[in-house]
Design a protein around this ligand. Structure first.
Ligand code: SF4
Length: 326
C-alpha cells in the first residue's frame, strides 16, 4: 500500500481551504463558472447546493474493483460517488446520481469518517468520483481525515470539465489525476453534454494536471501520483479520438497513461439521438487503439469489448458494481 504523509497534506489543505471557500462563494470550480453562491443558498448549474459550504451529497462509498488495475491494487479503490454533475451527458451511465441526484446529504465530518472507514477496509486510495461540485466540503473532509491519519493517495476522478484555477489549487492535495477527455470539438460537446466549451476547458485542465503531476508513477503495481487520462470512444468518432491522440502528441504528453475505453452503450437519453443510439463497433475501437500505437504511445490501457454490460452500475443496488467485483 502506498503511504502519504498526512501531516504534510494537512498543512497544504490548510493553505488551500480559504482559497477554496472564496472560489465557492461565487463558484468557478468548473467550466460553467456559473457564479452560484455555494457557501450560502446558491444552487449551481450542476444542481448541487445545500445551503452552506459544509455539506456534500454522495451515494455509494465502497471498495471498487472495476477501475483500472493500478487504481485497484489488492485492496480495491475506495470510491465515493458524489451526487449531481457539472456536465449533462445524454448517455450518462451514472444517471441515477448525476441527473436524478440520488444520494444522502452529509456534513464534511461524516464524509471524513467515510474516508477513514474505507481506509480501515484496506483500500489503496480514496477515489473521489465526480467531486468538483462539492470541492469545498470535500477539502474540509480531507483536512479532518488527515488530522486523524488518512495516509493513502487521493484520486481525483473527474469528467475533465474543471477550471484551471481549481486544478492549480489542488496541487499537493490530489495525488492521482483521473480526468476524462470526452470531446475535442464544441459541436458534439454541446449536443451530447450541453457544454460547448468542454473541449477548451478540458484541454486546459489536462495540460495543467500534467504540468503539476507528470506521467503516472506506479509503485508495486499501484498508482502513487501523476495523470491517467480516460477517453471513451464514441460511435462515428464523435469523441474526436484521433484528434485527441494527435493533440497529446503535439503537447509533448507521449508518456502520459491513457485508458482507452470501449464500454460505450446507449444509456439514459442516448436512444433519442440516432448518432449515439448504438454501441461502438469492434472495428471503431480497434482502429483507435492501432492509431495510438502508430503514434508511439506506450502507456495505453485497452478494454475487452465483450465486457461492456459489466461496466454498467445500478445505484439502486447495495453494490452498484457487483458484476465487475464478483
Ligand atoms: S461546479 Fe456547479 S456551482 Fe460550481 S461553477 Fe460548476 S456548475 Fe456552477
Amino acid at each position: 500500500m502506498i503511504r502519504i504523509d498526512p501531516d504534510k497534506k494537512r498543512r497544504r489543505l490548510r493553505v488551500v481551504l480559504p482559497e477554496a471557500r472564496r472560489m465557492a462563494s461565487a463558484c468557478s470550480a468548473c467550466g460553467h463558472a456559473c457564479g452560484a453562491a455555494r457557501t450560502g443558498a446558491g444552487v449551481g448549474t450542476c444542481r448541487a447546493g445545500l445551503g452552506d459550504g459544509d455539506h456534500a451529497r454522495w451515494q455509494a462509498a465502497t471498495p471498487h474493483f472495476g477501475e483500472e488495475p493500478m487504481l485497484v491494487g489488492r485492496g480495491g479503490s475506495g470510491a465515493v460517488f458524489f451526487s449531481y454533475c457539472c456536465l449533462r451527458c445524454e448517455f450518462c451511465q451514472n444517471w441515477q446520481i448525476s441527473r436524478q441526484g440520488a444520494g444522502n446529504n452529509g456534513h464534511f465530518s461524516d464524509l471524513a469518517q467515510t474516508f477513514l472507514k474505507l481506509r480501515s477496509r484496506g483500500v489503496e486510495n480514496i477515489n473521489l468520483v465526480t467531486p468538483t461540485q462539492y470541492i469545498l466540503p470535500i477539502l474540509s473532509a480531507l483536512e479532518a481525515a488527515c488530522a486523524r491519519g488518512l495516509d493513502i493517495p487521493i484520486v481525483y476522478n473527474t469528467n475533465g470539465f474543471d477550471s484551471v484555477e481549481l486544478v492549480r489549487l489542488l496541487d499537493g492535495v490530489v495525488d492521482v489525476w483521473l480526468p476524462d477527455m470526452k470531446y475535442m470539438a464544441p459541436e458534439p460537446a454541446a449536443r451530447f453534454s450541453h457544454a460547448a466549451n468542454y473541449p477548451d476547458t478540458a484541454r486546459a485542465a489536462l495540460r495543467q494536471m500534467y504540468a503539476q503531476a507528470g506521467p503516472l508513477h506506479i509503485e508495486n503495481g499501484v498508482a502513487a501520483r501523476g495523470v491517467l487520462v480516460r477517453h471513451l470512444v464514441l460511435p462515428d468518432d464523435l469523441s474526436g479520438s484521433y484528434d485527441f491522440l494527435l493533440w497529446l502528441r503535439d503537447e509533448g504528453m507521449t508518456d502520459i497513461s491513457i485508458s482507452l475505453m470501449s464500454q460505450y452503450s446507449p444509456q439514459y437519453r442516448a436512444k433519442t439521438h440516432p448518432e449515439i443510439a448504438r454501441p461502438l463497433t469492434v472495428r471503431e475501437y480497434e482502429d483507435v487503439v492501432a492509431y495510438a500505437d502508430k503514434l508511439g504511445f506506450e502507456n495505453v490501457l485497452i478494454q475487452e469489448m465483450t465486457s461492456k454490460d459489466a461496466y454498467l452500475p445500478d445505484f439502486d443496488r447495495e453494490q452498484p458494481f457487483h458484476k465487475r467485483t464478483d
